[in-house]
Structure formats: structure tokens, C-alpha cells
Ligand binder design. Structure first.
Ligand code: UDP
Length: 316
């Protein structure tokens, strides 16, 4: 455990994004001072509007691929900036590669200069279209480096390699979380991911767009569970990647049916082409997180979806 005497200072890149803004809330609740950086490419100040007037919170509009200097003490650097939905990173391939590479380098440089703990938001995409199921941290993955998703997958894999190098070579206290599909309030309605896509389609009475035959699987983690796992990892003395996600697995077709049922929706299901390299199955093995952090998710999909639906109702 890290021992910090004064009010800890945390810097969060991507602090106005979906996960970043929830992490800001958690860190403030833990008593930290929080500096959120975001270039608002996919993030939005709406996500942090409720923090205006909070004296321990500062927002700086900054692109973390540019050199980063912050005066004063920093105890934690959380690197969460990146386009993260497949549609976003297909539209923003160079920015995605830059924030995972140059952005990670700048954040690690900041952590090193300030003697701060660094936590990288990595991803289950490191496993690509996995041949091992469920995915353990020890699995090296099955990634197509030159496919359209490669810009995200390889940026994050590079970011992990860079993080381990700063740990091994410079002795920086680093952590790596591999985040599996997470959902909840503050996701963008039109970010293209399956949770906002199906909910908004059902709310509007439009057909639900199932890609491929819908037999591909995902395991959905509610945002408060995800953030709790990330917080615990930031406090742990462990440097290799840790999966944080919900191991309850659904096919996309089952997921579409659940959304229809929860919304009493009459929307049809229509088939669309399966995106290139779309992983066929995904489920985290969370044995390590359970053992190391005493963490496991507590919010089931139905409960989490009901909360998410309430959020989206006012946005559609
Ligand atoms: N998907 C779908 N319809 C949509 C959006 C996504 O069937 O409108 C599928 C997508 O092909 C993938 C799964 O849902 O198999 C999860 O996609 P998402 O974009 O949420 O994230 P991913 O897990 O692929 O990063």
C-alpha cells in the first residue's frame, strides 16, 4: 500500500470521458484533489458539469499527446484518455494511436518526474479475437496488427509495454488494468457501442442492429463495479495487468432480447454486417482480481441496464 500523508493529488487524462469522469467522482469521494485533463475529442464537459464549484477539482483542456507539464505535487496519474468505441477509433485512427503511444509516454514521464503512481487504462482488446476462453492475464492475445481495430489494440499493447518498461527501467510504481466491456450513465448515446446503440434504438422504436448473426459474446460490467476495481488496483502493490470486468457472458442476440424486454419494446431485430475482426467471444477470468483486490462485480446486467436506460431516456 502507498502511504500518503497530505491530501493526495490525482491527475486523470480523459477526465471528461465516460470512465474518466466516474473515476474523478470516486477519487474526490476518497478525499483526493483531482486534476482532469481532456481534449474533448470524445469526452464532454457535460460529464463533469456537476463538479463545477468543487474546490478540489480542476479541469484543464489539454491534448495529452502534447508535452505535459503540471506545477506542484502529483501522487497519481491515471491515463484514461483514448477514443474507446470501435466506431470512434475507426474514425480517429491516428489520434487513437497517438494517445496510446505518445500520450502514454507523456503520462509516464509526468509520473516519473513527480514520483507518482501511474495507472494505465488498458483493455480486453489486448486479447484481440481470443483463442483462449475465458481470458486470463497470462494470455498473449490474437490481434491483427494491420486490421482496422489494430489502431486501438496495438496502441494499448504498446502502452502496456511502455508502462512495464518505465516500471522495470525507471522504477515507476505502475499498474495496468485491462478493462472489459463497461456500460452505464455518461456513455455517449451515439458512440456506436452495443449498449447505447440498442437502448437508443429501442427507446426510439427503431430496429435493433445486430451485427453478424449475433452469436458473438460479450460480458458487461456496470460502471460503478469497474471503477471500484480500478480504485482498488491503484492501491495495490502489483505491477502486471489485472482484468477488471464482469464474467457473466451473453450473446449479442440475448443482449438484444434483454433490452427489448426491459423496455417493453416492439422493435424488430435487423442484421448488419459483422465488423472486420470483431471478437467472437469475450469473458474475463477474474480470479486474479478476486485474490489480489478482494474484488468482484456486484451489479447484475438487468439492474445496471435499468439505471442506464433511465439516463438515456432524457437524452434520446
Ligand atoms: N454490436 C451490434 N450492434 C451494434 C453495435 C455493436 O451487434 O449496433 C456488436 C458488435 O459487433 C460486437 C458487440 O456488439 O460484437 C459489442 O460491440 P461494442 O461496439 O459495444 O464493443 P466491442 O466489445 O466490440 O469493443
Amino acid at each position: 500500500m502507498t502511504t500518503k500523508t497530505k491530501t493526495p493529488v490525482s491527475v486523470i487524462t480523459g477526465g471528461a470521458g465516460f470512465l474518466g469522469s466516474h473515476l474523478c467522482d470516486r477519487l474526490l469521494a476518497e478525499g483526493h484533489r483531482v486534476v482532469a485533463l481532456d481534449n474533448l475529442l470524445t469526452g464532454s464537459t457535460d460529464n463533469i458539469a456537476h463538479l463545477a464549484g468543487e474546490p478540489r477539482f480542476t479541469f484543464i483542456k489539454h491534448n495529452v499527446t502534447q508535452y505535459l507539464y503540471l506545477p506542484g505535487r502529483v501522487d497519481y496519474v491515471f491515463h484514461f484518455a483514448s477514443p474507446a468505441s470501435p466506431i470512434d477509433y475507426l474514425e480517429l485512427p491516428i489520434q487513437t494511436l497517438k494517445v496510446g503511444s505518445l500520450g502514454t509516454l507523456n503520462c509516464l514521464g509526468l509520473a516519473k518526474a513527480k514520483n507518482a503512481t501511474f495507472l494505465l487504462a488498458s483493455t480486453s482488446e489486448c486479447y484481440g479475437d481470443p483463442l483462449e476462453h475465458p481470458q486470463k492475464e497470462t494470455y498473449w492475445g490474437n490481434v491483427n496488427p494491420i486490421g482496422p481495430r489494430g489502431v486501438y489494440d496495438e496502441a494499448k499493447r504498446f502502452a502496456e509495454a511502455m508502462t512495464m518498461a518505465y516500471h522495470r527501467y525507471h522504477g515507476v510504481d505502475t499498474k495496468i488494468v485491462r478493462i472489459f466491456n463497461t456500460y452505464g450513465p455518461r456513455m455517449r448515446l451515439r458512440d456506436g457501442r452495443v449498449v447505447p446503440a440498442f437502448i437508443s434504438q429501442a427507446l426510439k422504436g427503431k430496429p435493433l442492429t445486430v451485427f453478424g448473426n449475433g452469436s458473438q459474446t460479450r460480458s458487461f460490467c456496470y460502471v460503478s463495479d469497474e471503477i471500484d476495481g480500478i480504485w482498488r488496483l491503484s492501491q495495490a502493490n502489483y505491477h502486471e495487468p489485472v482484468n477488471i470486468g464482469n464474467p457473466t457472458e451473453f450473446t449479442i442476440l440475448e443482449f438484444a432480447e434483454l433490452v427489448r424486454r426491459l423496455l417493453n419494446s416492439k422493435s424488430r431485430i435487423v442484421r448488419k454486417p459483422l465488423p472486420v475482426d470483431d471478437p467472437k467471444q469475450r469473458r474475463p477470468d477474474i480470479t486474479l482480481a478476486k485474490k489480489l483486490l478482494g474484488w468482484q462485480p456486484g451489479v447484475d446486467l438487468e439492474t445496471g441496464l435499468r439505471r442506464t436506460i433511465e439516463y438515456f431516456r432524457n437524452k434520446v
